[in-house]
Design a protein around this ligand. Structure first.
Ligand SMILES: Nc1ncnc2c1ncn2[C@@H]1O[C@H](COP(=O)(O)OP(=O)(O)OP(=O)(O)O)[C@@H](O)[C@H]1O
Ligand SMILES: [Mg+2]
Length: 582
């Protein structure tokens, strides 16, 4: 089966839940076709009996017939279009919903490899293109093709010789039309790719507006945007060109066909082989075919565009989530929060990032991960969250391999304060209780108090109900961090992952938040990642990582006494902080 056929089939599966609407619409399209057929057929008695034979009795019926037919056709058309368009739109909505929920199920690796602008463009633009296919195709194909069939029958019934002539000559127009359609498809596909670039440029510029302004690169961003837009125009111009070409080409070719057929018909009338009425009836049928045929070629173009969209949409739908929940996955039973790394190795690409990590963390233990940037600290946190699976070895929580657990129960047990604070464009309260939907207002406030966020929140214009803007732009870095800590506190999970959770705080608020975190860490298994070594002095165990390997372990005192990497890092920071005070 060809690629296009497979795509069509797949698209049609989305229409199948709306069979009822489609069937009703099909029925109505028979009404449209029947009226067109009746008009063509009635031309014959109109000419022969009324115009030529002057039957006055019949003539009186003409106005009623004209209005009656129009009324019938109008109602049929209304029913047909309304139901098919709603069916198309509903199917599209399903696709869009499926696309989004599928995207949500995809793993972190997918997101690090795909720009969010491109994804947005697929969910918005490409799906819109598909909508054109589903509704337009169904509207037109149904109605126009039944009309064509009805007209064909009338034409052949009236005079098969002349009709046969028409059917040899006129379909020749379809050949160039299909060639044009192919071109349109090609350029529209490229155009959509270019649109993805435009969306991406937008997304990047808006989310990075601060950097853009600080580095005064507005001009650069504008140039880039303009050039992306121009690229898009180059492709879309071609599709316009071919779309615009397709109608005139069709018209020209059909007019040649009509001329030939007309000449043949006239000669038959003159030879007395058919009546004037029959000639006009066949001609009427052929002329009435013009509109549906033209619409069908337009549909062809729309379909070509839509197929491009469908291909890109299905590409995402076919993307397999890397992290798959095992069919026999169990809920992590209530446990004490023991974490065990057994010979864990991991690489994002080919370079190993974690090398043969063995670590047993007792319930309630506080483990600090330190080491130079890029050593793999955040990666360890990601592995515990199962954003990625280890390349080798396994990670156990309370004796269960995390791959054998339901993701929901695993994440219920974890609270992560990430290095990159992320807040939603919602109220402060909503951001704090994100992921703990049952929380009461007093619980939210208590969490904020513990994170030393309550004071600044109360000073905001609407307190806990203040909207904080996209990604929390209306807050300081330290305030954002404290909200993220409050979010983790509220979650009340037995395992805590703090990745640079206090890096944006000043010394004073850090001391306070440290205290809050110390309260929080009690009876919880905790991983603390911090560059500032002063913040992890009191950890039960400190792991010093370098290039994915644990170089040293021990308490602060032990590591200082060893005089190794930790000692060196400590000395450096100590020097830095004493020199920065001068
Ligand atoms: N999504 C990713 N895809 C590919 N490589 C990655 C990805 N994330 C991190 N890496 C690489 O893995 C290595 C470890 O990164 P990681 O984020 O764990 O370091 P880190 O110790 O947390 O550093 P920092 O202290 O700067 O936060 C780095 O070399 C980094 O380039
Ligand atoms: Mg990190």
């Amino acid at each position: 089966m060809s690629l296009d056929k497979r795509l069509y089939r797949r698209l049609l599966t989305y229409a199948s839940p709306y069979k009822g609407r489609i069937a009703l619409s099909m029925l109505a399209s028979l009404g449209v076709a029947a009226t067109d057929g009746a008009i063509a057929k009635l031309v014959e008695p109109f000419i022969d009996k009324i115009v030529i034979a002057q039957d006055f009795g019949l003539a009186k019926m003409v106005p009623f017939l004209v209005v009656g037919l129009a009324l019938f056709k109008g109602i049929s058309r209304y029913i047909q279009e309304f139901y098919i368009n709603t069916a198309g739109q509903l199917a599209i909505q399903d696709i869009r919903n499926q696309l989004f929920s599928h995207s949500m199920s995809l793993s972190m690796r997918f997101y690090s490899g795909n720009a969010s602008g491109t994804l947005m463009s697929r969910i918005l633009n490409d799906v819109n293109l598909m909508q054109a296919a589903l509704s337009k195709v169904l509207v037109s194909v149904l109605r126009e093709s039944t009309t064509l069939v009805a007209l064909t029958v009338i034409a052949f019934y009236t005079d098969w010789r002349m009709a046969a002539m028409a059917f040899v000559v006129i379909p020749a127009a379809a050949v160039p039309a299909s060639m044009i359609g192919k071109r349109i498809k090609k350029f529209s596909r490229r155009g959509q790719g270019a649109m993805g670039q435009v969306t991406m440029a937008l997304e990047q510029a808006f989310s990075g507006i601060k950097v853009v302004k600080a580095f005064a690169t507005e001009k650069h961003e504008i140039d880039k945007f303009v050039s992306d837009n121009a690229t898009f125009y180059r492709f879309i111009r071609k599709t316009f060109k071919y779309s615009a070409l397709s109608a005139p080409v069709m018209e020209l070719l059909t007019s040649v066909g009509v001329a030939v057929v007309l000449w043949y018909g006239l000669s038959r009338v003159m030879a007395g082989e058919m009546t004037q009425g029959q000639l006009f009836s066949v001609m009427a049928a052929i002329l009435l075919m013009y509109t549906p045929l033209k619409r069908l070629t337009k549909v062809n173009n729309a379909v070509q565009q839509a197929m491009g969209g469908a291909e890109r949409v299905f590409e995402i739908l076919d993307e397999e989530p890397e992290i798959i929940e095992d069919e026999q996955a169990i809920d992590l039973p209530e446990g004490r929060g023991e974490i065990c790394f057994e010979q864990v190795s991991f690489s994002y690409d080919s370079e190993p990032v974690i090398k043969n990590l063995n670590l047993k963390v007792a319930p309630g233990e506080v483990i600090a991960l330190v080491g130079p940037s890029g050593a793999g600290k955040s990666t360890i946190a990601s592995l515990i969250c199962r954003f990625y699976d280890p390349t080798e070895g396994r990670i156990l929580i309370d004796g269960h391999d995390i791959r054998s657990l339901t993701q929901r129960s695993l994440h219920d047990r974890l609270a992560l304060v990430d290095q990159e604070t992320f807040l939603f464009n919602a109220t402060i309260a909503e951001n704090i209780c994100y992921g703990s939907s049952g929380a009461t207002e007093s619980e939210i406030v208590a969490a904020a108090e513990q994170a030393f966020a309550d004071d600044f929140i109360r000073q905001m214009p609407e307190g806990y109900q203040t909207m904080i803007g996209d990604r929390g732009v209306r807050l300081s870095g330290g305030q954002r961090q404290r909200l993220c800590i409050a979010r983790a506190i509220l979650r009340d999970a037995p395992i805590l992952l703090l990745d640079e959770a206090t890096s944006a705080l000043d010394t004073e608020s850090e001391a306070m938040v440290q205290q809050a975190l110390a309260n929080l860490m009690r009876d919880r298994t905790t991983f603390v990642i911090a560059h500032r070594l002063s913040t992890i002095k009191h950890a039960d165990r400190i792991l010093v990582l370098e290039q994915g390997e644990v170089k040293e372990t021990g308490t602060h005192q032990q590591l200082m006494a060893m005089g190794g990497l930790y000692h060196r890092l400590h000395q450096m920071q100590f020097k830095e902080s004493s020199s920065s005070c001068n």
